[in-house]
Design a protein around this ligand. Structure first.
Ligand code: OFO
Length: 165
């Protein structure tokens, strides 16, 4: 496969793997703080990011490239608040969208129309991920601290799809 594309897809493996670890760190922290619903949502999100990483890995290898399993930096151990967790999720997803868009740009530059077609799945996925994070932040603002118990119970209603779907 085109070497520049392979490099950028491998760089995306790093980002998707880190996304998975970041959400796992958030899941662990929220679980230890007693938010079982929120942690359930984050654990599911972490699994989904792992699947995103695997899709990249298989695509690179299927196209006669070599997927590289990266070393990862450690995500934060604790977070300031639930609000901050979801602000970070939203900001993180926006940065992932920007990085997917760079891959799309490169596929045009390199005239790699197969990868251009293939990466569209991620383009659509990012629309969904940003939308969900924004909706959760809106809901958090509406519910306020007093209703955090209900919010924690309700958050799984924001998962409309199964991991890997
Ligand atoms: Fe892989 O979509 Fe979030 O980061």
């Amino acid at each position: 496969m085109n070497k520049k594309i392979e490099e950028l897809l491998n760089a995306q493996i790093v980002k998707e793997s880190y996304s998975s670890n970041l959400y796992l760190a958030m899941a662990s922290w929220t679980e230890s703080e007693g938010y079982s619903g929120i942690s359930q949502w984050l654990y599911a999100q972490a699994e989904e990011e792992h699947v995103h990483m695997l899709r990249l890995l298989h695509y690179i290898n299927d196209r006669d490239g070599r997927a590289i399993i990266p070393e990862l930096k450690q995500p934060p151990v604790s977070f300031e608040s639930i609000q901050k967790v979801f602000e970070e999720v939203y900001a993180h997803e926006k940065s992932i969208t920007a990085s997917i868009n760079k891959i799309v740009d490169l596929t045009f530059e390199e005239k790699d129309y197969s990868t251009n077609q293939w990466i569209q799945w991620y383009v659509n996925e990012q629309i969904e991920e940003e939308k969900t994070a924004r909706e959760i932040l809106d809901k958090l603002k509406l519910s306020g601290l007093a209703n955090m118990y209900l919010f924690d119970k309700d958050i799984m209603s924001f998962r409309t799809k199964k991991v890997g779907a």
